[in-house]
Design a protein around this ligand. Structure first.
Ligand code: DER
Length: 232
């Protein structure tokens, strides 16, 4: 099957296996999550499910509203039953690179508030180690005034290149939903991702990294042969 169908397979499997009546559901960002929101809306209609959704971006908020799902937030629901989100790459130990869509900060906050964090992806994200398939690097959200010193510090301490993400449909840099800039750190070798995440997070000016270490409970991969592979 094509990648889009594979995304749909993973999304449906995750929603069907992990969302129950009266659940508070974290809704991720990106393209795969669209299929999950479709399925949520379908199940709400068919099963008369009573759920509320906490979005992780303006995009996710629009998806929830457009599908007529109940919109909520962390003020009302600081603890979620389940968060479902995509990933740019998943390694054998369920460490993720996220942030290809620039929404990593709110995604990580919501994922961290959920009892279960479930990842949905197509086969192109299914790697043994990070960097095998995803070549755009690790996104790092930074306070705009600090992006140059932060970029230099990352390159000096960890190698590779940390590049300011420039917008396509807007002049200048991408500005996140939180009003910040993004660096894409194109690392050159495998790292101890838990360590490098903590080190980068401590650099003054860094808001969040796209390394999700020890957060995901399970990943569903839609495969090319139409099956769904599960990684715990
Ligand atoms: O930007 C993000 O973190 C998205 O969740 C991304 O990691 C997955 O987006 P996709 O489902 O469009 O591949």
């Amino acid at each position: 099957v094509m990648a889009e169908e594979a995304k749909k397979l993973a999304a449906f499997a995750a929603v069907d296996n992990h969302v129950q009546n009266n659940h508070v559901v974290g809704v991720g960002s990106g393209s795969t999550i669209v299929y999950a929101v479709d399925r949520l809306a379908q199940r709400v209609r068919q099963e008369k499910l009573n759920i509320v959704c906490v979005p992780t971006s303006f995009q996710a908020r629009q998806l929830v509203l457009q599908h007529g799902l109940n919109l909520s937030d962390l003020d009302r629901h600081p603890e979620l039953d389940v968060a479902i989100d995509g990933a740019d790459e998943v390694d054998a130990g369920l460490t993720l690179i996220k942030g290809g869509g620039g929404c990593l900060t709110q995604e990580k906050i919501v994922a961290g508030c959920a009892k279960k964090f479930i990842v949905i992806a197509d086969y192109r994200k299914d790697s043994v180690s990070l960097g095998e398939q995803w070549k755009k690097g690790v996104p790092v959200e930074v306070v705009p005034m600090a992006y140059v010193p932060v970029s230099r510090r990352i390159e000096r301490c960890f190698g590779g290149e940390a590049v300011l993400r420039m917008a396509v449909s807007k002049a200048g840099p991408v500005v996140t939903d939180n009003g910040n800039f993004l660096l894409d750190w194109k690392f050159e070798s495998p790292h101890n991702w838990a360590e490098v995440h903590k080190d980068i997070k401590m650099i003054p000016g860094v808001v969040e990294t796209g390394l999700f270490v020890g957060m995901a409970e399970r990943a569903y991969f839609g495969m090319e042969d139409g099956t769904v592979r599960v990684r715990d």
